[in-house]
Design a binder for this molecule. Structure first.
Ligand code: NFE
Ligand code: MG
Length: 507
């Protein structure tokens, strides 16, 4: 007998996502035979931008999201720089990287502790805690009150929850819950660090085409570095060990949650003026590495709530909402590369770097980590693989940010002069924490004539394309076996491993 199991809305993500799975009972357990991801709202930022001053773009597109705003600022200023014919100054490049790195660290820590951890950690274990941590004692009071007065005082985000196979060890649960509370402070610190050169966070006022408006003074470098060192200690001593502890408790999740298998990365964090990036660009199709060719990017809309043209390249993209379109089930378009769905995000970035001809250092570090865990590269295509890749990126970024600080030239300009063109076109590609992000801009008479964003979660949570091929998350859910139809924790774990942001995806 088949049954639809829906999670609507899926909580502990950003934005409004519904997951619908068709299941059949096999060997006594529900098994997912097909899945649909539904983005449930329309934003219209691309439409809002039309007719405005191009310099508004990096401000307005940051409002797409409070979690990854710096990615939108970077994509936007790259698109403008291409249209205006400039490149960032040397300081400008480094300062943009530093603000961006702060936003990445904030986002990865947020995702592991505050969005995903409660899929694995047993929050009720705090009730048996008898130690002296004020954070755990506070949490204990909160959880107990939620249980005693569940009608009056639901303790979101802790309870109610799906009852499932959470971590059994009380000590591991206590430790992860204490770090859940600590991570709130770390996120504040990451935002402070980004604001040193970004002027304010989450939405930076300082990022402009050609650099930033905040000069690199000795005081600011010290302010950034002192926070970076605290975050680096947390990543090394807390975040990575917690990832490993959670992974050891759930070994099956190294084999659960494989997506479409093909990977796309635009690359991010310019290392010089030639386009070399700290995270390299590239594509993996059927396991083969290819250089990125943006001509192959299109967006399809047969199953999306738009009546604009399908299979358009974003330079010619259109956004015309059609809320009542027959057959459509999502406000996300379906981005495709060579007509294929592509997974984007930390796993895609690391696999693209791993298979890159110059990826030796990444291969060595990933192989060493997998070896310590007794795993093979194929295990990265999984729920835990995505979490591990986020942790590795955080480690590499705290190390690299130290070097970018060292390269800043005090007393030299943090940006480059530019003039808004009368007519022009450009696109900006980067990697948001959740994956490949592109902005495409057309300027006519000094105004924005067209603005199109193709966003990471639009790739990952895309609906079916015109050929009926499901998106990467839809594919990752298919075949999943559930322990209980009433407590579908397994689909939640798979979807959250992609760290979806539907606010971004529908923009
Ligand atoms: Ni709203 Fe975002 C990131 C972007 S995901 S979080 O990272 O762009 O679609
Ligand atoms: Mg778009």
């Amino acid at each position: 007998m088949s049954r639809t199991i829906s999670i609507s809305p899926l909580t502990r993500i950003e934005g409004h996502l519904a997951i619908h799975t068709e299941t059949e009972v096999r060997d006594g357990r529900p098994c997912v035979t097909s899945a649909h991801c539904e983005g449930e709202m329309f934003r219209g930022i691309e439409t809002i931008l039309t007719g405005r001053d191009p310099l508004d773009a990096q401000q307005i597109t940051q409002r797409i999201c409070g979690v990854c705003p710096i990615s939108h600022a970077i994509a936007s200023v790259r698109a403008q720089e291409a249209a205006y014919g400039i490149r960032p100054s040397e300081n400008g490049r480094l300062l943009q990287n530093l603000v961006f790195a702060a936003n990445y660290l904030h986002s990865h820590i947020l995702h592991f502790y505050h969005l995903a951890a409660l899929d694995f950690v047993d929050v009720t274990a705090v009730l048996s805690y008898r130690g002296s941590s004020w954070a755990l004692r506070d949490l204990q009071t909160w959880v107990q009150a939620a249980i005693d007065r569940s009608d009056l005082f639901p303790a979101a985000p802790f309870l109610p929850r799906y009852e499932a196979d959470y971590v059994e060890s009380p000590e591991v649960n206590w430790s992860l819950l204490a770090h859940y509370v600590d991570a709130l402070d770390l996120r504040r610190l990451a935002h402070e660090m980004g604001a040193v050169f970004g002027a304010k966070l989450p939405h930076s006022t300082a990022i402009v085409p050609g650099g930033v408006t905040q000069a690199p003074t000795v005081e600011r470098i010290l302010a950034y570095r002192s926070r970076l060192r605290t975050i680096a200690d947390f990543v090394r001593d807390v975040y990575l060990p917690d990832l490993v502890a959670a992974a050891r408790a759930f070994p099956a999740y190294w084999s659960i949650g494989q997506g479409c298998g093909d990977m796309l990365a635009y690359g991010a964090f310019e290392m010089d003026d030639t386009g070399t990036r700290f995270f390299p660009s590239g594509v993996l199709i059927d396991g083969q590495h290819e250089p990125l060719d943006v001509a192959h990017i299109t967006e399809e809309v047969l199953y999306s709530r738009f009546d604009s043209g399908s299979k358009l390249h974003p330079a010619h993209g259109e956004t015309r909402a059609a809320p009542h379109k027959a057959g459509a089930y999502s406000w996300l378009k379906a981005p495709r590369y060579k007509g294929r769905p592509m997974e984007v995000g930390p796993l895609a970035r690391i696999l693209v770097a791993y298979h890159h001809p110059e990826g030796g250092a990444v291969r060595d570090e990933v192989d060493r980590m997998l070896g310590e865990l007794g795993l093979e590269p194929v295990h990265l295509h999984s729920v835990l693989g995505r979490h591990l890749c986020r942790g590795l990126e955080a480690k590499w970024l705290v190390e690299q940010a130290e070097r970018w600080l060292d390269e800043l030239a005090v007393g030299e300009s943090p940006a480059r002069d530019f003039q808004i063109c009368r007519q022009g076109e450009g696109y900006g590609l980067t990697e948001a924490p959740r994956g490949a992000l592109g902005h495409w801009l057309t300027v006519r008479d000094h105004r924005i004539a067209r603005y199109q964003c193709v966003v990471p979660t639009t790739w990952n949570c895309s609906p079916r394309d015109d050929a009926g091929t499901p998106g990467p998350v839809e594919q990752a859910l298919t075949g999943l076996v559930l322990a209980s139809a009433d407590h579908p924790i397994e689909p939640a774990r798979v979807v959250r491993s992609f760290d979806p942001c539907i606010a971004c995806a529908v923009h």
